[in-house]
Design a protein around this ligand. Sequence first.
Ligand SMILES: [Zn+2]
Length: 309
Amino acid sequence: MSLLDDLRGRDCPVCGASQAGSAPFLSASVDPARIGSFSFASRKRPEFMSFRLVRCLTCQTVYAAEAPSAETLADAYAAADYDTSEEADLAAQTYARALAPFLDAGIRDGAALEIGAGTGSFLRELQRLGFRHVTGVEPSSAAVAAAADLRDRIRVGVFDPADHAPESLSFIGCFMTLEHVRDPLALTRAAFSLLRPGGVLAFVTHDHRAPINRLLGRRSPIIDIEHMQLFCHASLHKLLARTGFSEVAITAIRNAYPLRYWLRLLPLPGAMKTAAIAGADATGLGRLRVGLNVGNLLTVARKPVAPTP
Ligand SMILES: [Zn+2]
C-alpha cells in the first residue's frame, strides 16, 4: 500500500485535544513521484514535502492532520535506506557529551535501550560512557546490517514495549525519532513503564519554535514528509508531564558537523547546492567541523523514585 492511500485524520498526538482546536500551520505538499526509499531515512537531503500540518492551540504541538497508520509507517521505515554513518557518529557524540552529566554510576550500571538505533552510533557512545548492557531497536534492516559489531545488539523492527520487562531499564534514548512515530504519547508512556524508578529518558527533537525554523518556514529541513509531529518546549513539557516524568530539563543543543553537511541542508536550488558542496570539498573546507545551534532540543526526564500521588 502506498503511504498516501492510508491517511487518517487525527487529534493532537501529545495532549489529545481535538483537531477542531488547532490552527493551520502549513498546507500539504506531497509529490508521490518523489517518495522514494530515501524519503524515510534520517539526515538526507531535505525534500520540503509535508502532510497538512496544524498547530494544537492547547499544547503547541505541530502535527500532521492526516497521517498514515502505524503499520504503513513501519513498512516505509523497514524499506528505508540509511545515510552515511560519519554524520550519525558525529550526532551521537554530540548527544553523549550533552547527556553525560545526567548519567550517574547507578544509571550506567543498568541496562540502556535506544529506540531508533540506526547504525548503532549512539549505542557505541553509551558503551564508551560505561554502559555494559546496551540494546537498540531499528526498523531499517539496511541500517542494522551496517551496524558492524553492534548488529546483534539491535533488533530489526519497531519499538515494542513487550520486548522488555517493566522497570528493567535505567536509560532510554530516542533521538530524531519521536517526530516519526504515529503515537509519541504511547511511546513515552511505554518508556515510563520500562524505566526503573530514577531511570532517565532522553529525547532529541527538532524545535519548530526555534528562530531558524520560523525564519525558513516551508524551506526548513524540519518540514518533511516523515515528520508526523513537531515539538517545542511547551509540547515536550506537556508530553512528559502527562506521562508522569519529573525533573524535566529541555535545552537547545549545538550540533557539530562538517561544513559539507550544513551546505547540504541549505534551501538552495539543487545545482547551486551541488556546486557549493563541490567547492567546499575542493578547498578542504568541506571537512571543517562547524558547531551550530539549528533548533534541536535535548530533553532529559527522570522517572520519580517515589510513586507519584
Ligand atoms: Zn495538543
